[in-house]
Design a protein around this ligand. Structure first.
Ligand code: SF4
Length: 367
C-alpha cells in the first residue's frame, strides 16, 4: 500500500501554480495532523488492507509540507506505523522548499522517519525565481542540500522547471549544470504549462508573456536527457531521472497501478477500478471533518475501456514499457521508424522523442 498526504499550506502562490493550496502565514499544523489522522482512521475498515496489509511508501506532498511543524509530520508517521506497520526500508518522502530547510528541521524529519527529501529548486537564476514568485533564492538551494545531507537523510531529489517563456532568457544548460554539481540522487524535470486561474495565465491573457514554442520546449527536454545521461542518470520516466538505481518508489507505484490512499484536501485514492478524490479546499475539508461528514467529493469505477487507456498511458510513460501485443504491429513499426519507440524483450518503450508526443501516441492506439 502507498499513502499520499496532501499538505496544502504555502507561504504564497507561485506564478504558475494551480495546485490546491491554502496560503497561510501561520500553519495550523496540529489541526492538520488531527484531521488527516481522522480521515486515515476512516480508511482502516477498507477491504483493500486484506490484500495489501502494510505501507511501503508514504509521501508528504503539497502545497509545502516543509512548512508543517516537524512534530505534526512525526505524529502522522507514528500513527500510520502503529496502525499498519510499514515495510522494512519503506520510503518516506517529504517535499521541501529550500528556505524551510534548517538543521533542526532536518534532524526532526530524520528522527520521525523521513528518509527522502524532494527539494523544490526550480531554477538557480535569481530573475527566474523572482518571476516564479518563489520564496527562496539561489543560494538557499545549495545550503539546503548541505543541511539535508549533513542531517543524515539518505536520499535527495531536486525539482527543476523547463520550457520557460523566451522573455526570461533562461540559460537551461547552466541551471542543469548547477543542479548536477549538487549531485542529487534523483531529478524531476517538469515542463511549464499555463494553467487557468494562475498569475501566469493572467499575464499570458494580456499579452505580457508568450508561452515557449514547441521547438524550444523539445530542445530543452532533449538537452536535459543528454546532459543527465552523460552524468549517469537513468531517464526512467517522462519527467524523472535517477542514478545508481534510485527511482521514486512512491511515484513508481502510481505508474504500476498499485493501490494508494490519498489523505488531505484534493488528494486522490485508487485501488483496482475504484477512484476517489477529496474536497479540494482546505476550509471545506476542515469543516466537513469537524461535522463528521465525508470529505470525498467524488468517486467512480473505471470501465474496461478506461482501465485499458490508463494502462496504455502509464505503461508508455516509463522505461518499463508496455507489452508489445498492446500496440498494433503496424503502429509500433511506424513509431520505431520515426525514432519514437523501441521494441525489445516483448516490450514497447518510448524514446525521449516519443515522450515528447506521449499524449498523441496514446491517443493513436486507444481507440
Ligand atoms: S510552493 Fe509549490 S504548491 Fe506552493 S504555490 Fe509554489 S508551486 Fe504551488
Amino acid at each position: 500500500m502507498h499513502v499520499y498526504i496532501h499538505v496544502p499550506f504555502c507561504a504564497r502562490r507561485c506564478s504558475y501554480c494551480d495546485f490546491a493550496i491554502a496560503v497561510r502565514r501561520d500553519v495550523p499544523s496540529d489541526r492538520f495532523a488531527e484531521l488527516v489522522l481522522r480521515e486515515w482512521a476512516g480508511w482502516q475498515p477498507h477491504p483493500v488492507w486484506k490484500r495489501s496489509p502494510r505501507v511501503d511508501t508514504l509521501y508528504f506532498g503539497g502545497g509545502t509540507p516543509s512548512r508543517l511543524a516537524p512534530e505534526a509530520v512525526a505524529r502522522i508517521i507514528e500513527q500510520v506505523w502503529s496502525d499498519r506497520g510499514m515495510e522494512r526500508g519503506a520510503e518516506i518522502t517529504l517535499e521541501a522548499n529550500p528556505d524551510d530547510v534548517t538543521a533542526a528541521a532536518v534532524e526532526a524529519w530524520r528522527a520521525a522517519g523521513v528518509n527522502r527529501v524532494s527539494l523544490g529548486a526550480q531554477s538557480f537564476a535569481p530573475a527566474v525565481l523572482r518571476w516564479m514568485h518563489r520564496t527562496h533564492d539561489a543560494g538557499q538551494i545549495g545550503k539546503a542540500v548541505e543541511l539535508i545531507r549533513g542531517g543524515g537523510i539518505q536520499e535527495l531529489s531536486l525539482d527543476l522547471i523547463f520550457g520557460l517563456p523566451g522573455l526570461l532568457d533562461r540559460d537551461w544548460a547552466a541551471d542543469l549544470a548547477l543542479a548536477l554539481a549538487l549531485e542529487p540522487d534523483h531529478l524531476s524535470l517538469y515542463g511549464l504549462t499555463i494553467e487557468a486561474r494562475t498569475p501566469l495565465a493572467r499575464w499570458a491573457a494580456r499579452g505580457a508573456v508568450t508561452p515557449v514554442d514547441d521547438d524550444r520546449y523539445a530542445a530543452e527536454f532533449l538537452i536535459a536527457h543528454q546532459a543527465l545521461g552523460d552524468k549517469g542518470y537513468e531517464h526512467y520516466e517522462v519527467s524523472n531521472y535517477g542514478r545508481g538505481g534510485r527511482r521514486a518508489r512512491h511515484n513508481s507505484a502510481y505508474w504500476r497501478r498499485a493501490p494508494y490512499i490519498g489523505l488531505g484536501p484534493s488528494a486522490h485514492s485508487a485501488m483496482d477500478d475504484e477512484r476517489r478524490w477529496n474536497q479540494r479546499e482546505w476550509a471545506v475539508y476542515e469543516r466537513r471533518l469537524e461535522e463528521g461528514a465525508p470529505v470525498v467529493e467524488g468517486e467512480e469505477r473505471l470501465g474496461p475501456q478506461e482501465i485499458r487507456l490508463e494502462e496504455l498511458y502509464l505503461g508508455l510513460r516509463t522505461t518499463d514499457g508496455l507489452p508489445a501485443e498492446r500496440v498494433p504491429a503496424d503502429t509500433s513499426g511506424r513509431w520505431i521508424e520515426s525514432g519514437w519507440a523501441t521494441v525489445s524483450g516483448g516490450k514497447v518503450r518510448l524514446t525521449p522523442e516519443g515522450w515528447l508526443r506521449l499524449d498523441a501516441l496514446v491517443a493513436s492506439v486507444s481507440g
